[in-house]
Design a protein around this ligand. Structure first.
Ligand code: ZN
Length: 454
């Protein structure tokens, strides 16, 4: 009796301290993210890449009327596949074509007026439907001559792999509900000059949505590089350092206080890197501090051009004989982007990286605004912020890192209600700072980089 009373008291004490702790520390990582990261199916991805490659060519100028060959047949299949996914979740996706006309100009990659058609599927958010995270792959393909619209151009890795990953992420995530809206996009006109992405980015900007993340997947299935290296664990996250078009004041601030490697796209890259290490520890994410590869483009760029955070996710090792090549054999050397060279388990892993990132951000509160730091000529640093309206956050996490460190290192959780914290003993000159909002399930927003001052 006495013992059980003691136990009861201990339980009571434990309960009290747990609820106290609940106010001071957020819950641990949401295990649903681990499940989501491992859910993508290599079989379904393989099937979808095969179907896309079997349309013969998906060149932007290819046949749009045939039911079996060309980009028209490919986009109608993608549309129908999104509709099938939606039917399985009780109509949770709105599937649409978005169309734009690119005027033809001699000497460019669009020589006649061309309709560029994207296929998008929208999974509306429940609490912040106007906030959006987007994953994309590309529909179109090419061979050696970028204007060749008739030769076989399977584009299995470039970029049926990204398209198949996007469809698979929709299958995985449509089983859940999210606060923010997720958009799954099949983009066109990539090889002719990033036209589908440019049109969609403009449309999103004009509809007044706030874009929190664009994950452009372009070539996520090759594990054997032209240099002979074979690696099914590493992948790259490309991000621009800061958005284009900084004001003179912003440039001056960066010069004096830092922030030249801390733009919103770079914070998104850090977010993906850190999340991957947690949910897929066998993978080796590698941040590349660069918009894209030398002399190459990708569909995150038109979103970046309009000030939206976006990154390119792709394989570590490229094989140039298998990109943009006429299908042929020369002296026993194979050229062409055929399905035999796509590694499906690897594409499934990279799809898992995307799906976990989309879920984590879409479940997290909107990030705080007006993040400021102060503390010049003092032994401590003050960080302040404004919660986004109705953010539902249980608190905010203050992050800081060494000025030469690529990833956030130290953090402190501040329960909701406060909008200012002084980090005693942390000298402002020695660190870079940021603030993220934390939701009731422990999901964090992307870190917001501060401005110095009030
Ligand atoms: Zn390409």
């Amino acid at each position: 009796m006495l013992l059980s009373r003691r136990v009861a008291a201990a339980v009571l004490l434990l309960t009290a301290s747990t609820s106290l702790a609940a106010q001071q520390a957020p819950p641990g990582p949401d295990p649903r993210l681990d499940a989501i990261a491992r859910a993508p199916s290599e079989e379904r991805i393989a099937r979808d890449i095969r179907i896309l490659a079997d349309f013969g060519t998906r060149h932007t100028f290819s046949d749009t009327l045939s039911r079996t060959r060309g980009i028209g047949a490919a986009r109608r299949w993608i549309f129908a596949e999104f509709e099938r996914i939606s039917a399985a979740c009780g109509g949770c996706l709105e599937v649409r074509y978005t169309r734009s006309i690119v005027p033809g100009r001699e000497g460019t990659r669009i020589t006649r007026d061309t309709e560029i058609v994207n296929v998008i599927a929208i999974q509306r958010g429940t609490s912040h439907p106007d906030r959006l995270v987007l994953m994309s792959g590309d529909i179109d393909s090419r061979v050696s001559d970028v204007m060749d619209a008739t030769s076989d151009s399977p584009g299995a890795n470039d970029n049926a792999s990204g398209m198949a990953g996007t469809l698979e992420a929709a299958r995985v995530l449509s089983a859940y509900r999210f606060g923010k809206t997720i958009v799954y996009a099949g983009l066109s006109g990539e090889e002719q000059g990033l036209f589908g992405g440019a049109a969609l980015a403009r449309e999103i900007l004009d509809s007044g949505w706030t874009v929190e993340a664009v994950l452009n997947n372009d070539m996520i299935g090759n594990i054997a590089g032209i240099n002979g290296e074979v690696d099914n664990r590493s992948f790259r996250i490309f991000s621009e350092p800061v958005p284009p078009g900084a004001t003179e004041a912003e440039q001056r601030n960066r010069r004096v206080y830092g922030g030249e490697v801390d733009g919103p796209s770079r914070q998104l890259a850090r977010y993906i890197e850190a999340l991957t290490r947690r949910v897929l520890p066998e993978m080796r994410p590698r941040m590349i501090y660069r918009l894209d590869r030398f002399g190459r483009g990708g569909h995150h760029r038109p979103f970046n051009d309009l000030g939206m955070p976006g990154v390119r996710i792709m394989e570590m090792h490229e094989h140039y004989d298998r990109q943009h090549q006429d299908l042929r054999t020369e002296d026993g050397r194979h050229f062409g982007d055929v399905i035999d060279f796509v590694d499906f388990p690897y594409a499934a892993k990279l799809t898992g990286v995307n799906a976990a990132t989309l879920a984590s951000i879409a479940w997290a509160p909107p990030p705080p605004t007006r993040v400021r730091i102060q503390g010049a000529v003092s032994p401590s640093t003050s960080v302040s912020w404004q919660p986004a309206p109705d953010d539902g956050a249980i608190g905010y996490r203050i992050w800081w890192r060494d000025t030469t460190a690529p990833q956030w290192e130290h953090s402190r959780f501040i329960p909701a209600g406060r909008t200012l914290i002084t980090l005693e003993g942390v000298v402002i000159d020695h660190w870079l700072f940021g603030v993220a909002a934390v939701g009731p399930d422990g999901h964090e927003s992307v870190v917001q980089f501060p401005v110095f001052g009030r």
